[in-house]
Design a protein around this ligand. Structure first.
Ligand SMILES: NC(=O)c1ccc[n+]([C@@H]2O[C@H](COP(=O)([O-])OP(=O)(O)OC[C@H]3O[C@@H](n4cnc5c(N)ncnc54)[C@H](O)[C@@H]3O)[C@@H](O)[C@H]2O)c1
Length: 344
């Protein structure tokens, strides 16, 4: 496939695409050789920052002409499928930003294209790399909690993410943007598929601020082997909250339980005349200039696994089934009735 260096192309030179670029560029054995954005100026700006020699405004051209072995797909939530299918057809391995896709048809055609091309694909469901969650999972695996019985997971964002950070928030939803992590984390802990969901939701706060998106989804999940869980995903945490994400997790097992508060931890607090905040030391920070934090570990892990040939920590099936469960949640919220998840 490659000689000595893994050559990566990035599609989507926005906020998160730049982070992908920084991480690959800082790794041994890996190089960003091409950047694509349909906004050509953005592509060339990021290519210059990363020292990538090739730059495109059309991903089909990048896949046909670019000197790349693998691609990072970092376009908005609803714009992953066409690019992934084209990458697979061009024989490129890929890291797709979460969620895999936002329609059933997109999930099916991506799985088909990736599987039949025999390329490798990972989806960036990075909460598995979060130190408190990863440690909790190791404790569960050790048997000290017994079997997972029930769980609760809140994963919320401040309003600013929907109103200011994402220009396309109204075309996605908090369920895709963060609920994809919640669902993946719960599937991972229960080691099981979600069979049935019941969701209620409310809309109004974001709409009143000009963003036509649902404010909050409260979901009950029933797993195939009997586990039950509740998932809270809201885009309406007040902006004065000390942390962009509000993260609370609690799992009860047959022998013990475990609780994670990844938001109001006491690791570090910053007090100024204006506000109290909790500087990020877990998700995306840097240590002596090197990107650190679990949101960066997952991206590094993708490149490491491609270089070493090791299995990805998140499989294509994990991501596909997570997206299909979220589609059932959205359907349940619309119908106000429980819905069975339909897998491929
Ligand atoms: N893992 C994480 O922690 C994390 C954090 C933020 C965002 N994300 C994910 O990353 C993805 C991108 O988010 P973002 O915040 O960087 O968005 P963004 O809007 O900042 O950037 C998206 C870029 O994609 C480009 N684009 C759109 N369609 C394209 C196409 N067909 N071909 C080429 N370029 C195209 C846009 O011009 C834009 O520059 C989303 O799926 C988001 O959920 C993940």
């Amino acid at each position: 496939m490659r000689e000595s260096v893994l050559r990566i192309g990035i599609v989507g030179a926005g906020i998160w695409g730049e982070n992908h670029g920084r991480i690959y560029s800082a790794m041994d054995g890996c190089q960003v050789t091409a950047v694509c954005d349909r906004n050509g100026a953005r592509a060339s700006e990021l290519a210059a920052k990363l020292g990538a020699s090739e730059c495109f405004d059309d991903y089909t051209e990048m896949f046909a002409q670019g000197s790349i072995d693998a691609v990072a797909i970092v376009t908005p939530d609803f714009a992953h499928a066409d690019i992934a299918v084209a990458a697979a057809q061009a024989g490129k391995h890929m890291l797709i930003e979460k969620p895999l896709a936002t329609t059933r048809d997109d999930v099916a055609r991506m799985v088909e294209a990736i599987t039949s091309a025999g390329v490798r694909a990972m989806v960036d469901l990075h909460n598995r790399w979060s130190p408190p969650f990863n440690t909790a999972h190791q404790i569960l695996e050790s048997g000290r909690l017994g079997d997972p019985y029930s769980a609760y997971f809140r994963l919320n964002d401040t309003r600013w993410v929907a109103t200011d950070m994402l220009p396309w928030a109204a075309k996605s939803s908090i369920l895709w943007f963060l609920g994809s992590h919640s669902l993946d984390t719960l599937r991972w802990f229960f080691n099981d598929e979600v069979a049935r969901v019941y969701c209620t939701s409310r809309k109004g706060i974001l709409a009143s601020q000009g963003v036509d998106a649902t404010d909050v989804y409260l979901t009950t999940l029933e797993f195939a082997r009997g586990g039950i869980a509740q998932m809270e995903n809201a885009w309406i945490t007040p902006n004065g909250h000390p942390n962009i994400n509000d993260i609370k997790f609690n799992l009860i097992g047959t022998k013990g339980s475990i609780a994670v508060d990844a938001t109001n931890h006491n690791l570090i607090q910053l007090y100024t005349e204006e506000a109290t905040t909790v500087p990020d030391v877990l998700v995306q920070n840097s240590v002596f200039g090197r990107p650190a934090g679990f949101a960066f570990e997952s991206i590094r892990s993708f490149a490491d696994c491609l270089i070493s040939g090791a299995e990805f920590k998140v499989s294509l099936e994990d991501a596909a089934n997570g997206s299909l469960a979220i589609l059932a949640i959205k359907e349940s919220a619309a119908l106000r009735q429980p819905v069975e998840v339909r897998y491929l």
